[in-house]
Design a protein around this ligand. Structure first.
Ligand code: MTE
Ligand code: MO
Length: 263
């Protein structure tokens, strides 16, 4: 019942049909949405804020997304978005199979820290078989294995002013006048501390392939696929994302998608 009431698409359909189709189409032809004063954008943002508040009110913080069994994994995970980043930093890490990879965690934390991949692999891990829903309309079930983000956050210590976790990625899906547009995403601390939110380094019992975000990608199981940043370079605790890039908190939110993509 609450899933129906909360459906993003329903909220949008009840308002503006043309705009409702937009998050499904999602492409560069919607560049006008990057203008902050655009009325369609303002409408989408208010609908998004409503969904976010309703979902946070009605869903308990730790409510789990459905987990499946191994027999439900029927096809491979579909690679989507960036599948083979070609930025120099990424290429050089890939050459040595990510042996020199270090995750940086900083921002509004008590102790900024750097985590080599081995250190991450030696932390307590969680395994989960979950469904990935892309905004484009497809979904796949896969097994993910990695360290709960909460354990990393507990080590660095979140300062009271922090409200969001920002993921900075190695890949730049597009270029603009200001240079490479690196992928980035952010989630609130409720999702960041959620038991199923993991930094995954394995998928379907193999090391995470490059196409799926090697060496480290996040799983945010109660939201759509684009929230699940692949190729994570750095995690930054922040109080507000309006100062980042176009101000909407994520690569796709800057392009008209909703920042909160709850499902
Ligand atoms: N860094 C980065 N993360 C990303 C993307 C991307 O292009 N770059 N695409 C997103 C989208 S739209 C989806 S559906 C999923 C795809 O993950 P997969 O390739 O493992 O299926 O990654 C998300 N995370
Ligand atoms: Mo997606």
């Amino acid at each position: 019942m609450s899933r129906l009431i909360l459906s993003r698409r329903r909220l949008l359909h009840s308002g503006l049909t043309a705009a409702a189709a937009l998050p499904l189409a999602g492409c560069d032809s919607f560049d006008f949405l990057r203008e902050r004063s655009n009325p369609v954008r303002r409408f989408l943002m208010s609908a998004n804020g409503l969904t976010y508040r309703a979902q946070r009110l009605l869903q308990s913080a730790d409510q789990l997304a459905t987990e499946f069994s191994a027999s439900d994994i029927r096809q491979g995970q579909k690679p989507n978005g960036s599948v083979n980043p070609d930025t120099p930093e990424y290429l050089s890490l890939k050459q040595t199979n990510f042996a020199d990879y270090v995750l940086e965690v900083d921002g509004l934390v008590e102790r900024p820290m750097r985590f080599p991949l081995d250190a991450i692999r030696n932390m307590p891990a969680r395994t989960q078989i979950t469904r990935h829903d892309c905004v484009e309309g497809w979904s796949t079930i896969a097994k993910w294995h990695g360290v709960p983000l909460k354990l990393i956050l507990d080590q660095v210590g979140i300062r009271p002013a922090a409200r969001y976790v920002m993921f900075h990625c190695f890949d730049a899906p597009t270029k603009s006048l200001s240079g490479l547009d690196f992928y980035y995403e952010s989630i609130d601390l409720i999702d960041a501390r959620h038991p199923q939110t993991i930094l995954a380094y394995a998928m379907n019992d193999t090391p995470l392939p490059v196409a799926h975000g090697a060496p480290l990608r996040v799983r945010v199981e109660r939201q759509l696929g684009y929230k699940m940043a692949k190729y994570i370079r750095r995690i930054e605790l922040i109080s507000d994302f309006s100062q980042f890039r176009d101000g909407q908190g994520s690569y796709w939110a800057d392009r008209g998608y909703e920042w909160y993509a709850g499902i």
